[in-house]
Design a protein around this ligand. Sequence first.
Ligand code: ADP
Length: 487
Amino acid sequence: MTTTELQPATLPAVPTGLFIDGRWRDGARTFDVENPATGVVLASVADGTADDARRAIDAAAAAQDQWARTAPRERSEILRRAYELVIARTEDFATLMTLEMGKPLAEARGEVAYGAEFLRWFSEEAVRIAGDTTVTGDGRNRILVGRAPVGPCVLITPWNFPLAMGTRKIGPAVAAGCTMVFKPAPQTPLTALLLTEVLREAGLPDGVLNTVATTDAAAVVTEWVEGGKARKISFTGSTNVGKILLGQAAKTVMRTSMELGGNAPFLVCADADVDKAVDGAMVAKLRNMGEACTAANRFYVHRDVVDEFTTKLAERMSALTVGDGTAPGTDVGPLIDAAGLGKVERLVADAVAKGARIVTGGERAGETGYFYRPTVLADVPADAELAATEIFGPVAPVHVFDDEDEAIAAANDTDAGLVAYLFTQDIDRAWRLSDRIEAGMVGLNTGLVSNPAAPFGGVKQSGLGREGGRVGIDEFLEYKYLAIPKG
Ligand code: ADP
Protein backbone atom coordinates (compact mmCIF):
# COMPACT_ATOMS: atom_id res chain seq x y z
CA MET A 1 0.00 0.00 0.00
CA THR A 2 1.44 3.42 -0.88
CA THR A 3 1.08 6.27 1.55
CA THR A 4 -0.78 8.38 -1.02
CA GLU A 5 -3.71 6.04 -0.53
CA LEU A 6 -4.11 7.04 3.09
CA GLN A 7 -5.65 10.51 2.73
CA PRO A 8 -7.14 10.55 -0.73
CA ALA A 9 -10.72 11.53 -0.12
CA THR A 10 -10.62 15.32 -0.49
CA LEU A 11 -12.55 16.48 -3.51
CA PRO A 12 -10.26 18.32 -5.94
CA ALA A 13 -11.40 21.75 -7.18
CA VAL A 14 -13.66 21.14 -10.17
CA PRO A 15 -15.76 23.56 -12.25
CA THR A 16 -19.46 22.81 -11.79
CA GLY A 17 -21.05 24.96 -14.49
CA LEU A 18 -22.05 24.59 -18.11
CA PHE A 19 -19.18 24.99 -20.56
CA ILE A 20 -20.48 26.74 -23.67
CA ASP A 21 -18.51 28.66 -26.29
CA GLY A 22 -15.31 28.63 -24.26
CA ARG A 23 -16.82 29.94 -21.00
CA TRP A 24 -18.05 28.41 -17.78
CA ARG A 25 -21.60 29.57 -17.07
CA ASP A 26 -24.08 29.09 -14.25
CA GLY A 27 -27.17 27.00 -14.89
CA ALA A 28 -30.72 28.02 -14.03
CA ARG A 29 -30.86 25.06 -11.64
CA THR A 30 -28.47 22.48 -10.19
CA PHE A 31 -28.42 18.81 -9.25
CA ASP A 32 -26.50 16.90 -6.59
CA VAL A 33 -23.76 14.35 -7.22
CA GLU A 34 -23.66 11.60 -4.61
CA ASN A 35 -20.86 9.32 -3.37
CA PRO A 36 -22.25 5.76 -3.74
CA ALA A 37 -20.07 4.49 -0.89
CA THR A 38 -21.51 6.87 1.70
CA GLY A 39 -24.55 8.59 0.22
CA VAL A 40 -22.86 11.93 0.95
CA VAL A 41 -23.46 14.74 -1.55
CA LEU A 42 -20.14 15.68 -3.17
CA ALA A 43 -21.13 18.71 -5.22
CA SER A 44 -23.99 20.52 -6.92
CA VAL A 45 -23.63 20.78 -10.67
CA ALA A 46 -25.40 23.01 -13.22
CA ASP A 47 -28.37 21.10 -14.65
CA GLY A 48 -28.56 21.87 -18.37
CA THR A 49 -31.89 22.63 -20.06
CA ALA A 50 -33.05 22.48 -23.67
CA ASP A 51 -32.18 26.19 -23.97
CA ASP A 52 -28.64 25.49 -22.77
CA ALA A 53 -28.44 22.62 -25.24
CA ARG A 54 -29.42 24.98 -28.08
CA ARG A 55 -26.75 27.48 -27.08
CA ALA A 56 -24.19 24.68 -26.93
CA ILE A 57 -24.95 23.28 -30.39
CA ASP A 58 -25.12 26.81 -31.83
CA ALA A 59 -21.59 27.42 -30.50
CA ALA A 60 -20.35 24.10 -31.91
CA ALA A 61 -21.91 24.81 -35.31
CA ALA A 62 -20.44 28.33 -35.41
CA ALA A 63 -16.95 27.04 -34.57
CA GLN A 64 -16.98 24.15 -37.08
CA ASP A 65 -15.74 25.88 -40.23
CA GLN A 66 -12.73 27.52 -38.61
CA TRP A 67 -11.88 24.42 -36.60
CA ALA A 68 -11.97 22.18 -39.68
CA ARG A 69 -9.35 24.43 -41.27
CA THR A 70 -6.83 24.28 -38.42
CA ALA A 71 -3.57 22.52 -39.19
CA PRO A 72 -3.59 18.84 -38.19
CA ARG A 73 -0.41 19.46 -36.21
CA GLU A 74 -2.20 22.15 -34.18
CA ARG A 75 -5.00 19.74 -33.28
CA SER A 76 -2.42 17.06 -32.55
CA GLU A 77 -0.50 19.34 -30.15
CA ILE A 78 -3.67 20.27 -28.26
CA LEU A 79 -4.41 16.59 -27.67
CA ARG A 80 -0.81 15.94 -26.68
CA ARG A 81 -0.92 18.78 -24.14
CA ALA A 82 -4.23 17.48 -22.80
CA TYR A 83 -2.65 14.04 -22.40
CA GLU A 84 0.22 15.53 -20.38
CA LEU A 85 -2.18 17.54 -18.22
CA VAL A 86 -4.40 14.55 -17.45
CA ILE A 87 -1.36 12.46 -16.49
CA ALA A 88 -0.02 15.31 -14.33
CA ARG A 89 -3.38 15.39 -12.54
CA THR A 90 -3.70 11.62 -12.14
CA GLU A 91 -4.50 11.84 -8.43
CA ASP A 92 -7.22 14.46 -8.97
CA PHE A 93 -8.92 12.46 -11.71
CA ALA A 94 -8.57 9.17 -9.82
CA THR A 95 -9.97 10.65 -6.62
CA LEU A 96 -12.91 12.19 -8.46
CA MET A 97 -13.80 8.92 -10.12
CA THR A 98 -13.56 6.97 -6.89
CA LEU A 99 -15.71 9.51 -5.09
CA GLU A 100 -18.43 9.86 -7.72
CA MET A 101 -18.75 6.27 -8.94
CA GLY A 102 -17.06 4.08 -6.34
CA LYS A 103 -14.26 2.18 -8.07
CA PRO A 104 -11.21 1.54 -5.85
CA LEU A 105 -8.45 4.14 -6.19
CA ALA A 106 -6.00 1.70 -7.77
CA GLU A 107 -8.53 0.98 -10.52
CA ALA A 108 -9.30 4.67 -10.90
CA ARG A 109 -5.58 5.35 -11.45
CA GLY A 110 -5.62 2.61 -14.06
CA GLU A 111 -8.49 4.37 -15.81
CA VAL A 112 -6.55 7.64 -15.82
CA ALA A 113 -3.69 5.93 -17.69
CA TYR A 114 -6.14 4.19 -20.04
CA GLY A 115 -8.28 7.29 -20.62
CA ALA A 116 -5.33 9.64 -21.15
CA GLU A 117 -3.88 7.25 -23.70
CA PHE A 118 -6.81 7.94 -26.07
CA LEU A 119 -5.69 11.58 -26.13
CA ARG A 120 -2.11 10.58 -26.95
CA TRP A 121 -3.16 7.94 -29.48
CA PHE A 122 -5.38 10.38 -31.38
CA SER A 123 -2.80 13.16 -31.16
CA GLU A 124 -0.69 10.77 -33.23
CA GLU A 125 -3.55 9.94 -35.61
CA ALA A 126 -4.42 13.61 -36.26
CA VAL A 127 -1.39 14.01 -38.55
CA ARG A 128 -1.87 10.67 -40.35
CA ILE A 129 -5.25 11.26 -42.04
CA ALA A 130 -4.76 10.09 -45.62
CA GLY A 131 -6.76 9.81 -48.85
CA ASP A 132 -5.76 8.38 -52.21
CA THR A 133 -5.76 9.06 -55.94
CA THR A 134 -6.63 6.72 -58.79
CA VAL A 135 -7.79 6.99 -62.40
CA THR A 136 -11.23 6.06 -63.74
CA GLY A 137 -11.49 2.82 -65.72
CA ASP A 138 -11.79 4.68 -69.02
CA GLY A 139 -8.71 6.71 -68.20
CA ARG A 140 -10.48 10.06 -68.60
CA ASN A 141 -10.66 11.29 -65.04
CA ARG A 142 -8.48 11.39 -61.99
CA ILE A 143 -10.19 10.36 -58.76
CA LEU A 144 -8.90 12.27 -55.76
CA VAL A 145 -10.30 11.01 -52.47
CA GLY A 146 -9.80 13.19 -49.43
CA ARG A 147 -11.15 13.07 -45.90
CA ALA A 148 -13.23 15.78 -44.24
CA PRO A 149 -14.56 16.09 -40.67
CA VAL A 150 -18.21 15.02 -40.45
CA GLY A 151 -19.11 18.23 -38.62
CA PRO A 152 -20.53 18.97 -35.17
CA CYS A 153 -20.79 15.80 -33.08
CA VAL A 154 -23.03 14.82 -30.19
CA LEU A 155 -21.11 12.80 -27.59
CA ILE A 156 -22.96 10.94 -24.84
CA THR A 157 -21.16 8.91 -22.20
CA PRO A 158 -22.11 6.55 -19.34
CA TRP A 159 -21.02 6.61 -15.69
CA ASN A 160 -18.94 3.44 -15.48
CA PHE A 161 -15.74 4.79 -17.08
CA PRO A 162 -16.25 8.53 -16.61
CA LEU A 163 -12.88 9.60 -18.05
CA ALA A 164 -12.08 6.99 -20.69
CA MET A 165 -15.49 7.04 -22.35
CA GLY A 166 -15.07 10.81 -22.78
CA THR A 167 -11.52 10.74 -24.14
CA ARG A 168 -12.36 7.84 -26.47
CA LYS A 169 -14.83 10.15 -28.25
CA ILE A 170 -13.24 13.58 -27.77
CA GLY A 171 -9.80 12.34 -28.91
CA PRO A 172 -10.83 11.26 -32.42
CA ALA A 173 -13.31 14.14 -32.82
CA VAL A 174 -10.58 16.69 -32.11
CA ALA A 175 -8.09 14.84 -34.32
CA ALA A 176 -10.58 14.78 -37.20
CA GLY A 177 -11.49 18.47 -36.85
CA CYS A 178 -15.04 18.08 -35.52
CA THR A 179 -16.63 20.38 -32.96
CA MET A 180 -18.61 18.78 -30.16
CA VAL A 181 -21.46 18.94 -27.70
CA PHE A 182 -20.83 16.57 -24.81
CA LYS A 183 -23.26 15.18 -22.25
CA PRO A 184 -21.75 13.04 -19.48
CA ALA A 185 -23.87 10.78 -17.28
CA PRO A 186 -25.60 12.58 -14.38
CA GLN A 187 -24.04 10.18 -11.84
CA THR A 188 -20.48 11.19 -12.85
CA PRO A 189 -20.36 14.73 -14.27
CA LEU A 190 -17.38 15.90 -12.18
CA THR A 191 -14.75 13.87 -14.05
CA ALA A 192 -16.15 15.12 -17.37
CA LEU A 193 -16.14 18.72 -16.17
CA LEU A 194 -12.50 18.48 -15.06
CA LEU A 195 -11.61 16.90 -18.42
CA THR A 196 -13.35 19.79 -20.16
CA GLU A 197 -11.31 22.28 -18.13
CA VAL A 198 -8.09 20.42 -18.96
CA LEU A 199 -8.91 20.57 -22.68
CA ARG A 200 -9.53 24.31 -22.35
CA GLU A 201 -6.17 24.70 -20.63
CA ALA A 202 -4.59 22.63 -23.41
CA GLY A 203 -5.70 25.28 -25.90
CA LEU A 204 -8.91 23.99 -27.45
CA PRO A 205 -10.50 27.03 -29.15
CA ASP A 206 -13.83 28.46 -27.97
CA GLY A 207 -16.88 26.56 -29.17
CA VAL A 208 -15.01 23.40 -30.16
CA LEU A 209 -16.09 21.49 -27.05
CA ASN A 210 -19.30 22.37 -25.23
CA THR A 211 -20.16 20.34 -22.12
CA VAL A 212 -23.65 20.20 -20.66
CA ALA A 213 -24.43 17.95 -17.70
CA THR A 214 -28.12 17.42 -17.09
CA THR A 215 -30.72 15.31 -15.34
CA ASP A 216 -32.96 15.71 -18.39
CA ALA A 217 -30.98 13.72 -20.96
CA ALA A 218 -33.94 13.33 -23.31
CA ALA A 219 -34.59 17.10 -23.56
CA VAL A 220 -30.96 18.03 -24.10
CA VAL A 221 -30.13 15.24 -26.52
CA THR A 222 -33.36 15.64 -28.52
CA GLU A 223 -32.44 19.27 -29.07
CA TRP A 224 -29.07 18.16 -30.43
CA VAL A 225 -30.12 15.12 -32.45
CA GLU A 226 -33.31 16.48 -33.98
CA GLY A 227 -32.29 20.15 -34.20
CA GLY A 228 -30.53 19.77 -37.55
CA LYS A 229 -27.16 21.33 -36.72
CA ALA A 230 -25.29 18.24 -35.52
CA ARG A 231 -24.01 15.76 -38.12
CA LYS A 232 -23.09 12.81 -35.96
CA ILE A 233 -23.85 11.12 -32.67
CA SER A 234 -21.43 8.90 -30.76
CA PHE A 235 -23.15 7.15 -27.85
CA THR A 236 -22.01 4.70 -25.20
CA GLY A 237 -24.72 3.31 -22.96
CA SER A 238 -27.56 0.86 -22.76
CA THR A 239 -29.00 -0.90 -25.80
CA ASN A 240 -32.46 0.48 -24.99
CA VAL A 241 -31.36 4.11 -25.04
CA GLY A 242 -29.20 3.39 -28.11
CA LYS A 243 -32.31 2.25 -29.97
CA ILE A 244 -34.17 5.43 -29.01
CA LEU A 245 -31.25 7.51 -30.30
CA LEU A 246 -31.01 5.54 -33.55
CA GLY A 247 -34.69 6.33 -34.12
CA GLN A 248 -34.10 10.00 -33.45
CA ALA A 249 -30.98 10.06 -35.63
CA ALA A 250 -33.04 8.72 -38.52
CA LYS A 251 -35.02 11.96 -38.53
CA THR A 252 -31.98 13.98 -39.56
CA VAL A 253 -30.06 11.12 -41.26
CA MET A 254 -27.22 11.55 -38.81
CA ARG A 255 -24.07 9.42 -38.75
CA THR A 256 -24.11 7.13 -35.71
CA SER A 257 -21.57 5.27 -33.57
CA MET A 258 -23.15 3.10 -30.92
CA GLU A 259 -21.35 1.24 -28.13
CA LEU A 260 -24.20 -0.61 -26.46
CA GLY A 261 -24.68 -3.42 -23.99
CA GLY A 262 -22.78 -6.69 -23.86
CA ASN A 263 -23.49 -10.13 -22.45
CA ALA A 264 -20.01 -11.63 -22.62
CA PRO A 265 -19.56 -15.40 -22.55
CA PHE A 266 -16.41 -16.72 -20.85
CA LEU A 267 -15.51 -20.17 -22.17
CA VAL A 268 -13.16 -22.47 -20.27
CA CYS A 269 -12.30 -25.57 -22.32
CA ALA A 270 -11.21 -28.92 -20.89
CA ASP A 271 -7.61 -28.26 -21.99
CA ALA A 272 -7.44 -24.78 -20.46
CA ASP A 273 -4.85 -23.78 -17.87
CA VAL A 274 -7.39 -23.45 -15.08
CA ASP A 275 -5.27 -21.12 -12.95
CA LYS A 276 -4.87 -18.75 -15.89
CA ALA A 277 -8.60 -18.98 -16.55
CA VAL A 278 -9.29 -18.02 -12.93
CA ASP A 279 -6.86 -15.07 -13.23
CA GLY A 280 -8.68 -13.99 -16.40
CA ALA A 281 -12.06 -14.43 -14.75
CA MET A 282 -11.08 -12.18 -11.86
CA VAL A 283 -10.30 -9.37 -14.28
CA ALA A 284 -13.14 -9.99 -16.72
CA LYS A 285 -15.66 -10.25 -13.89
CA LEU A 286 -14.44 -7.86 -11.21
CA ARG A 287 -12.89 -4.95 -13.07
CA ASN A 288 -15.07 -1.98 -12.16
CA MET A 289 -17.10 -4.18 -9.74
CA GLY A 290 -18.54 -5.95 -12.79
CA GLU A 291 -20.03 -2.66 -14.02
CA ALA A 292 -18.62 -2.85 -17.53
CA CYS A 293 -20.17 -3.74 -20.87
CA THR A 294 -17.14 -6.01 -21.33
CA ALA A 295 -17.78 -7.84 -18.02
CA ALA A 296 -17.92 -11.63 -18.26
CA ASN A 297 -21.64 -12.27 -17.77
CA ARG A 298 -21.91 -16.03 -18.37
CA PHE A 299 -19.22 -18.60 -17.57
CA TYR A 300 -19.39 -21.80 -19.65
CA VAL A 301 -16.96 -24.32 -18.21
CA HIS A 302 -16.25 -27.85 -19.48
CA ARG A 303 -17.51 -30.57 -17.17
CA ASP A 304 -13.95 -31.94 -16.66
CA VAL A 305 -12.72 -28.72 -15.07
CA VAL A 306 -15.87 -27.07 -13.75
CA ASP A 307 -15.38 -28.13 -10.11
CA GLU A 308 -11.75 -27.01 -10.02
CA PHE A 309 -12.56 -23.71 -11.76
CA THR A 310 -15.57 -22.94 -9.57
CA THR A 311 -13.76 -23.77 -6.32
CA LYS A 312 -10.70 -21.70 -7.20
CA LEU A 313 -12.76 -18.77 -8.45
CA ALA A 314 -14.87 -18.80 -5.27
CA GLU A 315 -11.72 -18.89 -3.10
CA ARG A 316 -10.29 -15.87 -4.86
CA MET A 317 -13.57 -13.95 -4.87
CA SER A 318 -14.31 -14.57 -1.19
CA ALA A 319 -10.84 -13.28 -0.20
CA LEU A 320 -11.54 -9.82 -1.65
CA THR A 321 -12.12 -6.80 0.55
CA VAL A 322 -15.37 -4.96 -0.15
CA GLY A 323 -15.51 -1.33 0.93
CA ASP A 324 -15.15 2.35 0.25
CA GLY A 325 -12.89 2.75 -2.78
CA THR A 326 -10.85 5.45 -1.03
CA ALA A 327 -9.86 3.10 1.82
CA PRO A 328 -6.49 1.34 1.57
CA GLY A 329 -6.84 -2.29 0.66
CA THR A 330 -10.30 -2.11 -0.90
CA ASP A 331 -10.67 -4.47 -3.86
CA VAL A 332 -14.36 -4.05 -4.61
CA GLY A 333 -16.21 -0.74 -4.24
CA PRO A 334 -19.95 -0.04 -4.13
CA LEU A 335 -22.34 -0.35 -7.06
CA ILE A 336 -23.45 2.90 -8.62
CA ASP A 337 -26.82 3.37 -6.94
CA ALA A 338 -29.82 1.74 -5.27
CA ALA A 339 -31.26 0.68 -8.63
CA GLY A 340 -28.00 -1.05 -9.60
CA LEU A 341 -27.87 -2.90 -6.28
CA GLY A 342 -31.55 -3.84 -6.46
CA LYS A 343 -31.09 -5.31 -9.94
CA VAL A 344 -28.21 -7.54 -8.81
CA GLU A 345 -30.17 -8.74 -5.77
CA ARG A 346 -33.17 -9.53 -7.94
CA LEU A 347 -31.14 -11.43 -10.57
CA VAL A 348 -29.42 -13.58 -7.94
CA ALA A 349 -32.72 -14.35 -6.22
CA ASP A 350 -34.21 -15.41 -9.57
CA ALA A 351 -31.26 -17.73 -10.35
CA VAL A 352 -31.43 -19.31 -6.90
CA ALA A 353 -35.19 -19.80 -7.18
CA LYS A 354 -34.55 -21.66 -10.44
CA GLY A 355 -31.98 -24.01 -8.90
CA ALA A 356 -28.62 -22.19 -8.82
CA ARG A 357 -26.37 -22.77 -5.81
CA ILE A 358 -24.52 -19.92 -4.06
CA VAL A 359 -20.86 -20.96 -3.67
CA THR A 360 -19.80 -17.64 -2.17
CA GLY A 361 -21.41 -14.24 -1.62
CA GLY A 362 -25.02 -13.88 -2.67
CA GLU A 363 -25.86 -10.89 -0.47
CA ARG A 364 -25.26 -7.19 -0.03
CA ALA A 365 -22.51 -6.02 2.31
CA GLY A 366 -23.15 -3.35 4.95
CA GLU A 367 -26.23 -1.26 5.54
CA THR A 368 -25.07 2.02 4.01
CA GLY A 369 -23.77 2.41 0.48
CA TYR A 370 -24.58 0.05 -2.37
CA PHE A 371 -22.15 -2.81 -1.67
CA TYR A 372 -22.62 -6.37 -2.93
CA ARG A 373 -20.38 -9.30 -2.08
CA PRO A 374 -18.40 -10.97 -4.87
CA THR A 375 -20.54 -13.95 -5.74
CA VAL A 376 -20.11 -17.27 -7.52
CA LEU A 377 -23.20 -19.24 -8.52
CA ALA A 378 -22.92 -22.88 -9.60
CA ASP A 379 -25.44 -25.11 -11.43
CA VAL A 380 -27.02 -22.08 -13.06
CA PRO A 381 -29.87 -23.13 -15.35
CA ALA A 382 -30.02 -21.71 -18.88
CA ASP A 383 -33.37 -20.03 -18.21
CA ALA A 384 -32.07 -17.92 -15.28
CA GLU A 385 -32.77 -14.27 -16.01
CA LEU A 386 -29.14 -13.29 -15.50
CA ALA A 387 -28.08 -15.37 -18.51
CA ALA A 388 -30.00 -12.96 -20.74
CA THR A 389 -29.38 -9.73 -18.80
CA GLU A 390 -26.27 -7.65 -18.19
CA ILE A 391 -25.72 -8.21 -14.48
CA PHE A 392 -23.52 -5.12 -13.95
CA GLY A 393 -22.32 -6.42 -10.60
CA PRO A 394 -19.74 -8.81 -9.08
CA VAL A 395 -21.68 -12.00 -9.77
CA ALA A 396 -20.21 -14.95 -11.71
CA PRO A 397 -22.80 -17.53 -12.85
CA VAL A 398 -21.19 -20.82 -13.88
CA HIS A 399 -22.85 -23.09 -16.44
CA VAL A 400 -21.48 -26.52 -17.48
CA PHE A 401 -20.89 -27.74 -21.04
CA ASP A 402 -19.85 -31.08 -22.54
CA ASP A 403 -18.88 -30.33 -26.13
CA GLU A 404 -17.80 -27.47 -28.33
CA ASP A 405 -20.99 -27.18 -30.35
CA GLU A 406 -23.03 -26.90 -27.18
CA ALA A 407 -20.66 -24.21 -25.81
CA ILE A 408 -20.78 -22.16 -29.01
CA ALA A 409 -24.56 -22.41 -29.28
CA ALA A 410 -24.92 -21.22 -25.69
CA ALA A 411 -22.34 -18.44 -26.10
CA ASN A 412 -24.10 -17.12 -29.21
CA ASP A 413 -27.59 -17.42 -27.76
CA THR A 414 -27.92 -13.68 -27.17
CA ASP A 415 -28.74 -10.49 -29.05
CA ALA A 416 -25.49 -9.01 -27.80
CA GLY A 417 -22.10 -9.55 -29.41
CA LEU A 418 -19.55 -7.25 -27.86
CA VAL A 419 -16.80 -9.45 -26.44
CA ALA A 420 -16.15 -13.09 -25.59
CA TYR A 421 -13.38 -14.70 -23.54
CA LEU A 422 -11.90 -18.04 -24.51
CA PHE A 423 -9.48 -20.16 -22.49
CA THR A 424 -7.82 -23.11 -24.23
CA GLN A 425 -4.29 -24.27 -24.83
CA ASP A 426 -5.12 -26.02 -28.10
CA ILE A 427 -4.21 -23.67 -30.93
CA ASP A 428 -6.58 -25.24 -33.45
CA ARG A 429 -9.47 -25.00 -31.03
CA ALA A 430 -8.57 -21.38 -30.28
CA TRP A 431 -8.86 -20.38 -33.95
CA ARG A 432 -11.92 -22.53 -34.56
CA LEU A 433 -13.91 -21.20 -31.62
CA SER A 434 -12.78 -17.58 -32.13
CA ASP A 435 -14.14 -17.82 -35.69
CA ARG A 436 -17.48 -19.20 -34.53
CA ILE A 437 -18.11 -16.82 -31.64
CA GLU A 438 -20.34 -13.91 -32.65
CA ALA A 439 -18.53 -10.99 -31.04
CA GLY A 440 -16.61 -7.92 -32.14
CA MET A 441 -13.75 -8.82 -29.78
CA VAL A 442 -12.35 -12.07 -28.37
CA GLY A 443 -9.98 -12.28 -25.41
CA LEU A 444 -7.91 -15.42 -25.98
CA ASN A 445 -6.45 -16.59 -22.66
CA THR A 446 -6.87 -13.06 -21.30
CA GLY A 447 -9.61 -11.31 -19.35
CA LEU A 448 -8.86 -7.82 -20.70
CA VAL A 449 -9.33 -6.63 -24.29
CA SER A 450 -9.75 -2.85 -23.92
CA ASN A 451 -6.82 -0.87 -25.29
CA PRO A 452 -6.66 2.49 -27.09
CA ALA A 453 -4.64 0.89 -29.91
CA ALA A 454 -7.37 -1.69 -30.63
CA PRO A 455 -10.75 -1.29 -32.37
CA PHE A 456 -13.35 -1.58 -29.61
CA GLY A 457 -16.89 -2.45 -30.61
CA GLY A 458 -19.52 -5.10 -31.06
CA VAL A 459 -21.72 -6.93 -33.51
CA LYS A 460 -25.46 -7.70 -33.35
CA GLN A 461 -27.24 -5.41 -30.87
CA SER A 462 -24.00 -4.44 -29.13
CA GLY A 463 -23.56 -1.57 -31.50
CA LEU A 464 -22.34 0.07 -34.66
CA GLY A 465 -18.83 1.25 -35.43
CA ARG A 466 -15.52 0.98 -33.60
CA GLU A 467 -13.70 3.21 -31.14
CA GLY A 468 -9.91 3.39 -30.84
CA GLY A 469 -7.28 1.72 -32.98
CA ARG A 470 -6.45 2.76 -36.52
CA VAL A 471 -10.13 2.85 -37.50
CA GLY A 472 -11.43 4.91 -34.58
CA ILE A 473 -10.95 8.21 -36.37
CA ASP A 474 -12.94 7.01 -39.41
CA GLU A 475 -16.14 7.41 -37.42
CA PHE A 476 -15.51 11.16 -37.42
CA LEU A 477 -14.47 11.55 -41.07
CA GLU A 478 -16.33 11.63 -44.37
CA TYR A 479 -14.87 10.68 -47.72
CA LYS A 480 -14.81 13.55 -50.18
CA TYR A 481 -14.15 12.68 -53.81
CA LEU A 482 -12.98 15.19 -56.39
CA ALA A 483 -13.35 14.28 -60.09
CA ILE A 484 -10.63 15.86 -62.21
CA PRO A 485 -10.53 15.41 -65.99
CA LYS A 486 -7.10 14.31 -67.22
CA GLY A 487 -5.60 16.95 -69.44
P1 ADP B 1 -26.94 3.13 -17.91
O1 ADP B 1 -28.02 2.14 -17.69
O2 ADP B 1 -25.58 2.59 -17.95
O3 ADP B 1 -27.07 4.37 -17.06
P2 ADP B 1 -28.02 4.66 -20.08
O4 ADP B 1 -28.13 4.23 -21.50
O5 ADP B 1 -29.27 4.91 -19.33
O6 ADP B 1 -27.12 3.56 -19.42
O7 ADP B 1 -27.12 5.95 -19.97
C1 ADP B 1 -26.03 6.23 -20.80
C2 ADP B 1 -26.07 7.69 -21.17
O8 ADP B 1 -27.25 7.94 -21.91
C3 ADP B 1 -26.10 8.64 -19.98
O9 ADP B 1 -25.34 9.80 -20.31
C4 ADP B 1 -27.58 8.97 -19.87
O10 ADP B 1 -27.82 10.20 -19.23
C5 ADP B 1 -27.95 9.03 -21.33
N1 ADP B 1 -29.39 8.88 -21.61
C6 ADP B 1 -30.32 8.22 -20.90
N2 ADP B 1 -31.52 8.32 -21.48
C7 ADP B 1 -31.37 9.07 -22.60
C8 ADP B 1 -32.24 9.54 -23.64
N3 ADP B 1 -33.53 9.25 -23.67
N4 ADP B 1 -31.70 10.29 -24.62
C9 ADP B 1 -30.38 10.58 -24.62
N5 ADP B 1 -29.52 10.18 -23.69
C10 ADP B 1 -29.99 9.43 -22.68
